[in-house]
Design a protein. Structure first.
Length: 178
């Protein structure tokens, strides 16, 4: 169910970061709202428990950051990420998931998520990720870095192995022949 709110009172310095929450568990959304709204520069502008409601809410509310779970009813969080990045490129996506799995992390990043935070992380990791993604930069919680680094090393290793099998580059072959 969609829910939106506006924050009143309290003058803050700088730009307020507007956040949309998407998680199928009500207690998780409520806890996130409480944690985020304790911060003077963060404002939760809406929330939903249904993946199908996310993209229309993003288009209507225009949040700076969408925090979404991977496992959402209606439309899976990874597909939501792709659609949000296509239809609302100004909204940064932070995946908040209990799954610390190389495939989920890399797939989320491939589909356009700027942040990936595991639910087992410290609150400070989530707050840092939200603020970093709001500035258009990538943010991964500490627990996510190892799989991403292993993947990048693996890709680098596979690229080097493929290059070694294919022989010298064209540029090197030209230099040799001249």
């Amino acid at each position: 169910m969609a829910h939106s709110s506006t924050r009143s009172g309290g003058v803050t310095k700088g730009k307020m970061t507007r956040i949309l929450l998407a998680d199928d568990q009500q207690v998780v959304r409520q806890a996130l709202r409480c944690l985020l709204e304790r911060e003077t520069d963060l404002q939760v502008v809406g929330e939903t428990s249904d993946g199908l409601e996310i993209v229309p809410l993003v288009e209507r509310l225009r949040p700076d950051v969408l925090i979404t779970d991977v496992a959402m009813p209606g439309l899976y969080g990874l597909e939501v990420t792709r659609r949000v990045r296509e239809q609302a490129p100004g909204t940064g996506v932070v995946i908040l998931s209990r799954y610390l799995n190389e495939w989920y992390v890399t797939e989320a990043l491939r589909r356009g998520a700027l942040g990936f935070v595991v639910k087992q992380s410290d609150v400070a990791d989530l707050l840092r990720a939200v603020r970093t993604v709001a500035r258009g930069r990538r943010a991964l919680s500490r627990g996510v870095l190892a799989p991403v680094l292993m993947l990048s090393r693996g890709l680098d290793g596979r690229w080097r192995a493929r290059r070694a099998r294919s022989g010298p580059s064209r540029a090197r072959r030209r230099r040799r022949s001249s």
